[in-house]
Write a protein that binds this ligand. Structure first.
Ligand code: ZN
Length: 137
């Protein structure tokens, strides 16, 4: 393998219940790992396995980042998530390069993984999530 694996593509939706059947039809798979991440004001569900999964994100409150994204841009592609060995070290690499970070330190994401987001201003207009897999994943 060369380079980092694309763990998943995040898609912002208004409602998981409404959108999940659409993406199950597209991917031919069933949604799994549905979980509310209260700190982020978001509920997520995944489709697929291994590299290149889809993550559907719906807001659980109006002041969440995903709610603001939906209000400004409507549903659609929200972020790319790359799997890294050491999210702290990756953050430091971006910081040293002068990138604008959304998370100054890694934080818990869905499924207990450690995650951090890099601002789209520093990544070609695309929100980038870095994910360090939890032990056992
Ligand atoms: Zn994600």
């Amino acid at each position: 393998m060369t380079g980092r694996a694309l763990d998943h593509v995040g898609i912002a939706v208004h409602s998981l219940d409404d959108s999940l059947p659409v993406f199950e039809s597209i991917t031919g798979g069933k949604g799994h790992g549905r979980e509310r991440v209260e700190r982020q004001g978001v509920e997520v569900v995944f489709l697929g396995s291994g590299d290149g999964k889809l993550e559907l994100l719906a807001p659980t409150r109006d002041d969440s980042a995903v709610a603001k994204f939906l209000a400004q841009r409507g549903p659609g592609m929200h972020h790319l998530c790359y799997r890294v060995g050491d999210v702290e070290a990756e953050l430091e690499r971006y910081r040293a390069a002068g990138a604008q970070l959304i998370d100054e330190a890694p934080r818990p994401g869905a499924a207990g993984h450690l995650v951090a987001f890099i601002h789209p201003k520093s990544t070609g207009g695309v929100l980038v999530e870095l994910l360090q897999a939890a032990e056992g994943h």
